[in-house]
Write a protein of this length. Structure first.
Length: 167
């Protein structure tokens, strides 16, 4: 079973001024694919708090996957990609590229997401935009990939039979 965490990055959500629709949707979608959502939190768009939260979920809770929602755009308060990159050991650019590419097929604005993805230890951390639609579409892309990605990150046997593959 995949042990997951959901982090919403939102100043207004953190202040209680906006309902965390995207974080709840992400939690529901993860549970729908059989993951155990061990942690769900909201933090303001402050780089240090984002970093501390990601480090805690990866290092202390040792989650398999941490998905963030919010803070990936162009506004001066959007710091999620930089904060995430600062705590990663290795980036996995293909995941972020795939999210933007598949999103672009539905709306050209998807390429404006600056989200990143990568590994901290054995924890896969992936940034999603803050809108419920982007979360829904992003999870449609990620759901078939996450079980294999988690096995790879854990170092489990992921031998393939035929065809090109990662690993």
């Amino acid at each position: 079973m995949i042990r997951a965490g959901v982090v919403t990055i939102s100043d207004k959500g953190y202040a209680g001024e906006r309902e965390d629709v995207s974080g709840q949707l992400l939690t529901d979608l993860l549970r729908g694919m059989g993951a155990e959502v061990v942690a769900r939190t909201i933090v303001p768009d402050e780089p240090e708090q984002i970093q501390q939260t990601l480090i805690h979920l990866a290092d202390d809770l040792r989650l398999d996957v941490v998905l963030t929602t919010g803070g990936t755009g162009f506004t001066p308060r959007d710091h999620t990609p930089e904060a995430t990159r600062a705590v990663l050991d290795r980036e996995t650019p293909g995941l972020a590229e795939m999210l933007r590419w598949e999103g672009y097929r539905r709306t050209p604005l998807a390429v404006l997401s600056r989200g990143v993805a990568g590994l901290r230890g054995r924890t896969l951390i992936i940034n999603l935009p803050g809108s419920p639609r982007a979360v829904q579409e992003g999870m449609e892309v990620l759901a078939p990939l996450l079980p294999h990605a988690v096995k790879m990150a854990r170092g489990e046997d992921t031998e393939h039979h035929g065809g090109a593959h990662a690993g």
